[in-house]
Write a protein that binds this ligand. Sequence first.
Ligand code: DQA
Length: 141
Amino acid sequence: MKKLMIINGPNLNLLGTREPEIYGNLSFTEFIEALRGKYPELKIDYYQSNIEGELIDKIQEAGFSYDGIILNAAAYTHTSVGIGDAVKAVDAPVIEVHISNTFAREEYRHHSFISAHAKGIIIGFGLQSYELAVQSFIKTE
Ligand code: DQA
């Protein structure tokens, strides 16, 4: 069974109540329960932290024991050389995801320290961005 780790960065613990016009009404706990139900052939773990170093620790830990990481580093995407370096350092492929289309928002959200080291990037599909990333780990042939 493939093991995937979803890692969410700062303020994503508030999904469901935070700026619902941008991020939607569903909490991540509700969303991930539905996702696990839809993909029983995968083990999908989840970690969230508001703390940059804790996110780096989790990327390092999962990066050598999971088949893939789905990472929404939230605001740290645009600021953190350390998270970008961690993504580069690990073996597991990392898919960078964002709920909103960061390119349609403020200029400071257009740059990512993660993208260059990610296997791929999925941006702007709401919570479905995570599901599309999950599907990328399922062989279709
Ligand atoms: C986000 C986009 C970031 O710019 C923002 O800081 C977030 C969420 C997204 O998923 O759309 O917190 O990563």
